[in-house]
Design a protein around this ligand. Structure first.
Ligand SMILES: [Zn+2]
Length: 132
């Protein structure tokens, strides 16, 4: 029997947006320091059986944190960091952004499974996507 383990990593990026439908201050162009949490789940990958000349680079891990960082950087941060989010989303709410981020990451982290994405727009406010 194999235990599934969850691992995650936190990322930060800066971006500007405005919410075109908002009736208050968020209608004005402004910026946030976004905190993005990405969590994956999977079995700890097997150590190479002995004797063996091949050791899997992710042996003993769910996935390499460095690979997780690379995928999120390539697919999310390179597009959104220091961007004007209204160029990407018609209505860049944290909810719309977190759905988009989960959708583009979902199939890029195999064999790990994406289980949670949290997007913190301020220290107090976040939107969360969770695998059902
Ligand atoms: Zn805002």
């Amino acid at each position: 029997m194999t235990d599934n383990i969850k691992i995650g990593r936190v990322f930060w990026f800066e971006a500007a947006h405005h919410l075109p439908n908002h009736e208050g201050k968020c209608r004005n162009r402004h910026g946030h320091s976004y905190k993005l949490l990405v969590e994956v789940e999977g079995p700890v990958q097997a150590e190479a059986p002995k004797p063996s000349h091949y050791i899997h680079p992710e042996a003993g891990m769910v996935m390499d944190y460095g690979r997780l960082k690379q995928v999120v950087t390539d697919l999310v941060l390179d597009r959104m960091d220091h961007a004007y989010l209204n160029d990407i989303f018609p209505n860049p709410t944290a909810e719309n952004m977190v759905i988009y981020i989960a959708t583009i990451l979902k199939h890029q982290l195999v064999p790990a499974i994406l289980t949670k994405v949290e997007l913190w727009e301020t220290r107090n406010s976040y939107a969360k996507w969770e695998r059902e």
